[in-house]
Design a protein around this ligand. Structure first.
Ligand code: FES
Length: 102
Protein backbone atom coordinates (compact mmCIF):
# COMPACT_ATOMS: atom_id res chain seq x y z
CA UNK A 1 0.00 0.00 0.00
CA UNK A 2 1.44 3.34 -1.08
CA UNK A 3 0.31 6.48 0.73
CA UNK A 4 1.34 9.77 -0.82
CA UNK A 5 0.68 13.37 0.19
CA UNK A 6 -0.94 15.00 -2.84
CA UNK A 7 -2.29 18.34 -1.60
CA UNK A 8 -3.15 20.53 1.31
CA UNK A 9 -6.83 20.45 2.22
CA UNK A 10 -7.11 24.20 1.68
CA UNK A 11 -5.74 23.86 -1.88
CA UNK A 12 -9.05 22.32 -2.97
CA UNK A 13 -11.98 24.72 -3.24
CA UNK A 14 -15.33 23.46 -1.90
CA UNK A 15 -17.45 22.05 -4.71
CA UNK A 16 -14.59 22.10 -7.22
CA UNK A 17 -12.02 19.80 -8.79
CA UNK A 18 -8.25 20.02 -8.44
CA UNK A 19 -5.83 17.98 -10.53
CA UNK A 20 -2.87 16.46 -8.71
CA UNK A 21 -0.12 14.01 -9.55
CA UNK A 22 -0.13 10.64 -7.80
CA UNK A 23 2.88 8.47 -8.65
CA UNK A 24 2.79 9.86 -12.20
CA UNK A 25 -0.97 9.40 -12.60
CA UNK A 26 -3.24 12.44 -12.99
CA UNK A 27 -5.91 12.38 -10.29
CA UNK A 28 -8.90 14.64 -9.73
CA UNK A 29 -9.51 15.65 -6.11
CA UNK A 30 -12.89 17.01 -5.10
CA UNK A 31 -14.08 18.68 -1.90
CA UNK A 32 -17.74 18.15 -1.12
CA UNK A 33 -19.17 19.27 2.22
CA UNK A 34 -15.59 19.46 3.49
CA UNK A 35 -14.80 15.82 2.61
CA UNK A 36 -12.22 14.90 -0.04
CA UNK A 37 -12.76 12.36 -2.83
CA UNK A 38 -10.38 11.23 -5.56
CA UNK A 39 -10.88 9.75 -9.01
CA UNK A 40 -8.84 9.40 -12.16
CA UNK A 41 -8.61 12.73 -14.02
CA UNK A 42 -9.12 10.94 -17.35
CA UNK A 43 -12.67 10.44 -18.61
CA UNK A 44 -13.35 6.83 -19.56
CA UNK A 45 -15.21 7.86 -22.72
CA UNK A 46 -12.42 9.04 -25.04
CA UNK A 47 -9.94 10.42 -22.54
CA UNK A 48 -10.66 14.11 -21.99
CA UNK A 49 -8.88 15.55 -18.95
CA UNK A 50 -11.56 16.35 -16.42
CA UNK A 51 -9.77 19.33 -14.87
CA UNK A 52 -10.07 21.19 -18.19
CA UNK A 53 -13.58 20.00 -19.03
CA UNK A 54 -15.87 19.64 -16.06
CA UNK A 55 -18.98 20.83 -14.29
CA UNK A 56 -19.95 19.75 -10.76
CA UNK A 57 -23.50 18.73 -9.88
CA UNK A 58 -23.30 17.88 -6.18
CA UNK A 59 -21.61 14.47 -5.93
CA UNK A 60 -21.65 14.06 -9.72
CA UNK A 61 -18.93 15.33 -12.04
CA UNK A 62 -19.79 15.94 -15.67
CA UNK A 63 -17.16 15.64 -18.38
CA UNK A 64 -18.17 18.54 -20.58
CA UNK A 65 -16.43 17.09 -23.65
CA UNK A 66 -19.49 14.95 -24.46
CA UNK A 67 -21.62 15.03 -21.31
CA UNK A 68 -20.74 11.81 -19.49
CA UNK A 69 -21.40 11.95 -15.75
CA UNK A 70 -19.79 10.07 -12.86
CA UNK A 71 -20.41 9.81 -9.14
CA UNK A 72 -17.27 11.14 -7.44
CA UNK A 73 -17.73 8.89 -4.38
CA UNK A 74 -18.06 5.59 -6.24
CA UNK A 75 -16.77 6.40 -9.72
CA UNK A 76 -20.02 4.98 -11.14
CA UNK A 77 -20.90 6.14 -14.65
CA UNK A 78 -24.36 7.68 -14.23
CA UNK A 79 -24.83 9.16 -17.71
CA UNK A 80 -23.45 8.03 -21.10
CA UNK A 81 -21.79 8.24 -23.59
CA UNK A 82 -19.10 6.82 -21.26
CA UNK A 83 -19.82 3.18 -20.43
CA UNK A 84 -17.12 2.50 -17.83
CA UNK A 85 -16.73 3.88 -14.29
CA UNK A 86 -13.95 6.23 -13.23
CA UNK A 87 -11.28 4.66 -11.05
CA UNK A 88 -11.54 5.92 -7.48
CA UNK A 89 -8.84 6.21 -4.84
CA UNK A 90 -8.79 5.96 -1.06
CA UNK A 91 -8.24 9.37 0.54
CA UNK A 92 -7.24 10.28 4.08
CA UNK A 93 -6.67 13.64 5.72
CA UNK A 94 -4.16 14.17 8.53
CA UNK A 95 -3.97 17.66 10.01
CA UNK A 96 -4.29 19.72 6.81
CA UNK A 97 -2.60 17.25 4.46
CA UNK A 98 -4.46 15.10 1.93
CA UNK A 99 -3.09 11.61 1.26
CA UNK A 100 -4.06 9.14 -1.44
CA UNK A 101 -3.53 5.39 -1.14
CA UNK A 102 -3.22 2.81 -3.87
S1 FES B 1 -14.33 12.22 -23.16
FE1 FES B 1 -15.59 12.61 -21.46
S2 FES B 1 -17.60 12.52 -22.25
FE2 FES B 1 -16.34 12.10 -23.96
Amino acid sequence: MTKVKVAGINDIPEGELKKVDFNGEPLALYKLDGKIFATSNICTHVGCELDHNYAMHGEVVECTCHGSQFNIKTGANVLPPAAEPLKTYQVSVEDEDVFVEA
